[in-house]
Design a protein around this ligand. Sequence first.
Ligand code: FAD
Length: 51
Amino acid sequence: MFDWLIVGAGFAGSVLAERIASQRKERVLIIDRRNHVGGNAYARATNSCDG
Ligand SMILES: Cc1cc2nc3c(=O)[nH]c(=O)nc-3n(C[C@H](O)[C@H](O)[C@H](O)COP(=O)(O)OP(=O)(O)OC[C@H]3O[C@@H](n4cnc5c(N)ncnc54)[C@H](O)[C@@H]3O)c2cc1C
């Protein structure tokens, strides 16, 4: 059972989830329609600096 449901694992949702879990010691379920965390800040890893 969770105390919170956060929709969206971008910066805002991820930071909020971490703060609730670490400071309030409450259980958080975070969901996202994408298959990764980070929202619009997500970047695919490459092997070069200019990739
Ligand atoms: C092209 C581009 C370049 C950028 N470049 C920079 C930069 O260089 N430097 C910088 O500081 N910032 C940059 N930004 C801005 C930065 O990405 C955003 O400010 C930041 O990601 C916003 O975070 P957020 O958590 O508010 O929203 P988002 O990152 O948009 O996260 C919201 C999340 O919620 C999910 N979501 C929304 N609705 C639903 C739903 N109904 N069900 C399930 N999941 C849902 C989305 O899939 C998404 O993952 C850029 C943005 C873009 C688009």
